[in-house]
Write a protein that binds this ligand. Structure first.
Ligand code: SF4
Length: 395
């Protein structure tokens, strides 16, 4: 299957998915309208049986008219969305028939097929890069983003289309993140010679928690959606508008069907998904990619300082690192926890973490680390020494 066939199939799936979703929403609206109309009819019947005056009866009939009309409209809309969903699904079925091998294209099958097509596309990254109209690399500034950006930029440069690449960073602010993250992401873009865009999530995690009066958790990870994905999403429209293509714009990124529409298709692509942590560090060493210093202080991810998904030991270390860097975030987070009356985790409060960090600090003294420690741990002394030399030479 060539890339344009896969692209047509994905677009067919997106349309069928969208048409099904519209039909389901319309069916719900029709049920609500039918219930409201039935209520109105019952009230009218009651009024008619009560022997009301002609004026009052007229008013009761007028009041029942609105729900009856809305039910009629909802029925018409349901017919139209049913026809549209059937057409979109039969178009998809016809497109997919030559490759079906006994599989259907409805519901779960559709997600499985889409995932299969996306992973086949990922196996031909050069074709993918050449076919794309824009390549959006969303970077947290962390080690995986660093290697992902390096891979994409290398591929795009080899294919002669580096100008398609845009590096996008969601800036959560220093109330949430370690200092220097945005600046590091910008230096990465400058080094690669690609465009750099920043979207700002005002207030960051601290602001979000204060506003909602509760912490997100693994089951309701609203923070990623509202601080990152929802902020980056509008950029796809801007990119599509700026390109101004006649047909559908193909954007490579790491988002889902929700970001796609008739004017643009946003394909999911994870170029470093199969790499082990050791391989990521090896690539950082080999390409002398500048990583954030918090990794040297044994913080394994460049995430929010107090990430709701982080392990207890990482959180304790984060508190100690804040103290070593002179950051007042632990105090602010403890105050926020008290203020909203909701614990950071059901069985772990930020106050507990700070108490544990205080004990560790008393036993071990302040944290000490030196530049290159993360590489020493993951790739060895020699790799770290070479990395530091290359980094200094590139500065
Ligand atoms: S890093 Fe953690 S706390 Fe921050 S947005 Fe992501 S999941 Fe939420």
């Amino acid at each position: 299957m060539d890339i344009s066939t896969r692209r047509r199939l994905l677009e067919g799936m997106r349309r069928a998915h969208q048409a099904d979703a519209a039909h389901t929403a319309t069916a719900r609206a029709r049920t609500r309208a039918a219930m409201a109309a039935a209520d109105a009819r019952a009230r009218l019947a009651h009024a008619e049986a009560s022997g009301l005056s002609a004026d009052k009866l007229e008013a009761a009939r007028a009041a029942a008219d609105g729900p009856a009309r809305r039910e009629q409209e909802a029925r018409g809309k349901l017919c139209r969305t049913f026809t549209a969903a059937r057409a979109a699904n039969s178009t998809l079925g016809a497109l997919y028939a030559p490759y079906a091998r006994g599989r259907g294209t409805g519901g779960r099958d559709r997600s499985v097929i889409a995932a299969g097509i996306l992973s086949e596309l990922a196996e031909t990254p050069r074709e993918l890069v050449l076919a794309a109209d824009a390549i959006v690399v969303s970077t947290s500034g962390g080690k995986d983003s660093l290697v992902c950006g390096d891979r994409v930029v290398t591929l795009a440069a080899e294919a002669g289309c580096l100008d398609k690449v845009v590096l996008v960073h969601a800036d959560l602010g220093e109330e949430s993140e370690w200092p220097g993250v945005r600046e590091l992401a910008q230096r990465q873009a400058e080094r690669w010679g690609v465009r750099f865009l920043v979207v700002k999530a005002e207030g960051g995690l601290l602001g979000l928690v204060e506003k909602r009066g509760m912490w997100p958790d693994a089951a309701r990870r609203l923070c990623t959606a509202s601080l990152k994905r929802d902020k980056i999403g509008p950029l796809f429209k801007q990119i599509t508008d700026a390109l101004g293509l006649d047909g559908q714009t193909l954007i490579l990124s790491a988002l889902d069907m929700r970001a796609s529409n008739g004017r643009r298709m946003v394909l999911t692509w994870h170029p470093v998904l199969e790499l082990t942590e050791a391989a990521v560090w090896r690539r950082i060493a080999d390409a002398a990619l500048e990583y954030h210093p918090v990794y040297d202080a044994l913080i394994p991810r460049l995430s929010c300082v107090f990430c709701v998904l982080a392990g207890r030991d990482v959180l304790v270390r984060a508190v100690r690192l804040c103290w070593a860097l002179g950051l007042d975030l632990p105090t602010r987070y403890v105050a926020l926890e008290e203020h909203i009356g909701h614990r950071f985790r059901e069985k772990l409060s930020i106050a507990d973490i700070v108490a544990e960090a205080t004990l560790a600090e008393a036993e071990e003294g302040p944290l000490i680390w030196v530049r290159g420690d993360a590489l020493r741990r993951h790739a060895g002394e020699e790799a770290a020494a070479g990395y530091l030399r290359n980094l200094a030479a590139a500065a």
